[in-house]
Every structure is written in C-alpha cells, then in structure tokens.
Ligand binder design. Structure first.
Ligand code: SAM
Length: 272
C-alpha cells in the first residue's frame, strides 16, 4: 500500500505540532515499523492506539495487519486519520476523545494489545491505570508504550538502583516489563528535550492474597522516605514493622534494597 509521505499529510492538513497537547510526531516509517513489531505478530489482532496524531504509528500497525481502534483528542488530526481508514477498509476505527476519560475495556469489547506514543504525563497515568485494574488477568494482552528514557528506566529498574521505586514495584508485580528499544530525540518533530524509549509489558500471573491497596501503602511509605531505614519509614503503616520481623526482613534495610517479592510478602502479611 503506497501512502503519501507523512510530512505531506501534515502539511496538507495544517497539523503543526501543539505543545499544549504534548505533540512530538514520528515520521520515519522504518522506525515506526520497528515499534509496531515490538508486540510480535499483530495480524488480525485488536489493537488500541492512544494518541495517533497524524497517524504515523497507526499506518505501521495497519500494515502489520492489526484491527486498530484509535483514540485521539485533537480533532485537527481526524481528516488525516479518515484517509487512513479509507486506505485500510474495515481495519481502523477512530474515536475522538480523551483516553483518560474512556473505559477502554468496554470500548474494545474483546482482548486487545495497546500500542501508543503519548505525551509522557498521559502515558504514565494510563500505565498506572492499566496496571492497577481489579480484573486480572486484564483484558489487555500487552502494552507497548513510548516514554521518556528516564521514566522507562524507572519502570524496569532493579533493586539497588536510584531509578527503583513505586513504579518499578507496581509494574514488576503485575507484569513482565522490558525496555524494548531506545529512540533518539532527533527522531521526533519537534525533537523533545530528552531521549525516549519503548517499554513492552505483558501481564504476569498475580500472586494470591495481596491487596493492591496494601502494596501501594507500603511502597508509598517506604519510598516516601527512601534514605531512611524501613523501621522508620514504615512506622506509619500499622503492622508493617512487625511483618518485617516475622518475614525475616532486616528492618535496618532501606526501601531500594527490597526485591519486588519482598514488598509483596509484606503487603500479603498486612492483607491477611
Ligand atoms: N502517535 C503519533 C506519532 O507517533 O507521531 C503522535 C504522538 S504525540 C507524542 C501524542 C498524541 O496524543 C497527540 O496527537 C495528542 O493530540 C494525543 N493526545 C494527548 N493527550 C491525549 C489524551 N488524553 N487522549 C487521547 N489523545 C491524546
């Protein structure tokens, strides 16, 4: 399928990137193809794309054979996306709206992969929401998301590193998360100030008997005072210091030395 170059589409539809909407567009079709390949074969699969903009990543997903539902809040992009829908009959549905305000499961009505290059604040909010769902395994089968490199590193961080914190514990509790590829800032128009990276997450089997709320309370308290010993930082969480003792976790350790499994064990002890 020959499509007009993305730069021509942008020009024809007057789509100058809006700073307020966090717009940094990708035009390199080879790079876009590599991002769309991260989740594995998408042939015939349902994909939710958030923030398609002028449709660069959308094209790559459609070329990979995906059935795409795309949520975009900038109505200026809709005519360009309508052209794509015409070029790939029956493969693309575009929904105008704010992805933070929509029920994605209800919208999709079946299991789906998520692929998105989003403004960073929206991406993090959606990631936390996708990871915190009550229903597990979730309706999504994978999340392939562009973040600024620093956020990507916080998602996949191992204990002992400065990037290790609440986001790593949440992500690695509920998913297998990997940094799939780094993307240079010069690949975007306009280029953002920092480097980016694509993170790929697949749902993990969730251990029984752990309340997400308890885990959140423990990680919030522990990393809220990450330089302090756990016996100090967890003081405000009833039962937490006792749980450390009964689990044989030294209360003189600091939050960033605890493995995800150890946080889960503490949360489980408090849940019971
Ligand atoms: N995916 C395109 C690409 O790779 O070139 C555009 C990327 S741009 C960083 C992010 C897009 O997300 C913009 O088109 C913006 O309008 C859209 N967007 C921002 N916030 C959104 C939200 N809450 N819901 C839906 N779309 C949003």
């Amino acid at each position: 399928m020959t499509l007009p170059p993305l730069r021509e589409v942008i020009e024809r539809h007057g789509l100058s990137a809006s700073k307020a909407l966090g717009q940094n567009f990708l035009f390199d079709e080879q790079l876009l193809g590599r991002i769309a390949a991260v989740p594995g074969s998408l042939e015939g699969k349902a994909v939710l794309e958030v923030g398609p903009g002028p449709g660069g990543l959308t094209r790559a997903l459609l070329r990979a054979g995906a059935r795409v539902t795309a949520i975009e809040m900038d109505r200026r992009c809709l005519p360009a996306l309508a052209e794509l829908a015409e070029a790939f009959p029956g493969q693309l549905e575009v929904i105008e709206g704010d992805a933070l305000a929509l029920d994605h499961g209800a919208l999709m009505g079946e299991s789906f992969a998520v692929v998105a290059n989003l403004p960073y604040n929206v991406g993090t909010a959606l990631l936390v929401r996708w990871l915190s769902g009550r229903e597990w395994p979730p309706q999504w089968t994978s999340l392939t998301l562009m973040f600024q490199l620093e956020v990507a590193q916080r998602i996949v961080a191992a204990p002992g590193s400065g990037a290790y914190g609440r986001l790593a514990v949440l992500a690695q509790w509920r998913s297998r998360a990997k940094l799939a590829m780094k993307v240079h800032r010069s690949a975007f128009t306009p280029p953002p100030k920092v480097m980016s990276a694509v993170v790929h997450l697949e749902p993990a089997a969730m251990p029984d008997g752990v309340s997400p709320l308890q885990l959140e309370r423990v990680t919030e308290a522990a990393f809220g005072q990450r330089r302090k010993m756990l016996r100090q930082s967890l003081k405000g969480v009833p039962g937490a210091v006792e749980a450390l003792h009964s689990l044989g976790i030294d209360p003189a350790r600091r939050a960033e030395t605890l493995a995800v499994e150890e946080f889960i064990a503490v949360a489980r002890a408090l849940t019971g």
